[in-house]
Unconditional design. Structure first.
Length: 200
């Protein structure tokens, strides 16, 4: 039996940090895992910028409330969930993701947790496990599931390559160029057909 593992940001919803960068007028926060493979380095850098500008969880949540899933994402997910078990594997945080999960029909989500001070300042973060996407895929495989994985960023490559089948979706030119053996898609229908073709 297969389980489909989908990245969240860039695959189903817009990048939260890019949206917050635009809303806050802080261009440095546009940097994502498409640009920086080292997630710990990226998050510590983000937290430092937030501290410098005295911004915290409340301000980010205001922006998240205005974000909708990407056009066609909910229909894609609804259709896929009729044919397969689906888990969203994301390096985002529960405090960010839940409003977006509601807009997507509350699919199963595995993500991480922010450490937040009493005034709403983000002081740190806790990953569920190291390399959480790859570790989760391997754990699913260890209990008898085949995985099919989809992502768009550097931090998705581990789970994509460890899976029975894996695809890039709306990824960057550089990631596609560096991984020419991975099929890359731009449209949900094409991605869905590729996923279903790998299912037994």
């Amino acid at each position: 039996m297969e389980i489909v593992c989908l990245d969240m940001e860039g695959v189903l919803v817009p990048e939260i940090w890019i949206a917050f960068s635009k809303a806050s007028g802080i261009p440095e926060l546009k940097r994502t895992t498409r640009d920086e493979p080292d997630y710990d380095k990226l998050m510590k850098w983000r937290i430092g910028i937030l501290r410098e500008h005295r911004l915290g969880l409340n301000e980010i949540r205001e922006v998240i409330a205005s974000i909708d899933p990407m056009e066609g994402a909910k229909e894609f997910l609804d259709s896929l969930r009729k044919r397969a078990q689906v888990i969203i594997l994301s390096d985002t945080f529960t405090q960010f993701a839940m409003p977006l999960m509601e807009k997507l029909g509350l699919p199963t989500l595995f993500c991480n947790t922010l450490e937040v001070g009493c005034g709403g300042e983000i002081t740190g973060y806790r990953m569920r496990v190291e390399k959480s996407k790859l570790t989760t895929v391997k754990a699913l495989q260890s209990i008898g599931y085949d995985t099919i994985a989809v992502g768009d960023s550097y931090n998705d490559l581990g789970m994509i390559r460890a899976s029975k089948a894996g695809f890039l979706f709306r990824s960057t030119e550089s990631i596609r160029r560096d991984n020419p053996d991975l099929q890359a898609f731009e449209e949900y229908d094409d991605l869905k057909n590729a996923i279903l073709s790998e299912m037994t």
